[in-house]
Ligand binder design. Structure first.
Ligand code: ADP
Ligand code: MG
Length: 267
């Protein structure tokens, strides 16, 4: 099986102007058919790393390579055919219908600003369906719920048809059923040959779906390993503290995936 490296970061670092050193020398690789989850406490640099990987923040220290070519050297539309970024937040809510917002994801495939074709509209409705958001297609972006909006953001990235998806906290305001469905969808896309890097706080979805987990702390990647090696007290306690309960899912054979829950032991 081909394991070509789609996206690679070499010793990347980023310091915000008048701000902290948010990312501090990270090496990272994303290959075909990998679903890599990035975990880490608030402010540990996850979103900044994702933006560096996606070229949304210019990489000034170290380098980011998309298909072995520096991310900054790609033309914008060409890059967009290879990597789609799903942000944690939208800077402002667009005054658009959901379907038109998702159609915006097709810009990389359109020639100039001519009207979208039947194929574009077909891709958009398929993307909305896969994200279970077809029912809000004709609603305003400003009126749908936070969870619906999150699924619409993902649909826009799917409509972009990039082979690399960089997704920032996609399940934050989702109900449990939709949390599982979003990760199952990402896993399905990855199994079909794409790659995804997903920032999340959900250790348990990471445990079930990740090929690898990158654990960040204070701008550094402290561990990059399979879930089994990361969801352990020795690894997580120094990063997240002591308020975690460690268990295993029951697979009937005593070999279920590890899980971790926020937990305050009662005296
Ligand atoms: P995470 O996603 O892991 O919570 P971020 O990458 O968003 O962390 O932030 C890492 C650090 O950089 C934090 O200290 C945060 O306050 C800071 N930071 C993030 N974005 C900006 C910005 N636009 N300007 C200045 N500092 C920022
Ligand atoms: Mg973040």
């Amino acid at each position: 099986m081909s394991m070509s490296c789609l996206l690679e970061a070499r010793a990347v670092a980023h310091t915000y102007r008048d701000g902290p050193r948010a990312v501090d020398g990270v090496d990272f690789r994303l290959r075909e058919r990998e679903l890599v989850v990035v975990l880490g406490p608030n402010g540990s640099g996850k979103s900044t790393l994702l933006k560096l990987l996606g070229g949304l923040i210019p990489c000034r220290e170290g380098e980011v390579l998309l298909r072995e070519k520096p991310i900054g050297a790609w033309r914008f539309r060409e890059r967009a055919r290879h990597v789609a970024v799903v942000p944690q937040f939208l800077p402002a809510l667009p005054d658009l219908l959901v379907a038109d917002f998702v159609l915006g994801g097709r810009y990389a495939h359109r020639h100039g600003w001519n009207q979208s074709g039947a194929h574009d509209r077909q891709v958009v409705s398929h993307a909305l369906e896969r994200c279970d958001a077809a029912d809000v297609a004709c609603r305003s972006m400003q009126e749908i719920s936070g969870g619906q909006r999150q699924r619409v953001l993902l649909a826009r990235a799917l409509a972009q048809e990039a082979d690399v998806l960089l997704v920032d906290e996609p399940t934050n305001s989702l109900d449990p059923e939709h949390q599982v469905r979003v990760f199952a969808l990402l896993a399905e896309l990855v199994a079909a040959g794409r790659a995804a890097c997903v920032v999340t706080h959900d250790l348990n979805l990471a445990s079930q779906f990740a090929t690898r987990i990158g654990l960040m702390a204070a701008g550094r990647m402290v561990l990059d390993a399979p879930p089994e090696a990361v969801l352990r007290r020795e690894v997580l306690q120094p990063v997240y503290g002591e308020h975690l309960y460690y268990g295993r899912f029951d697979d009937g054979r005593g070999g279920g995936a590890p899980f971790v829950l926020p937990w305050l032991q009662k005296p």
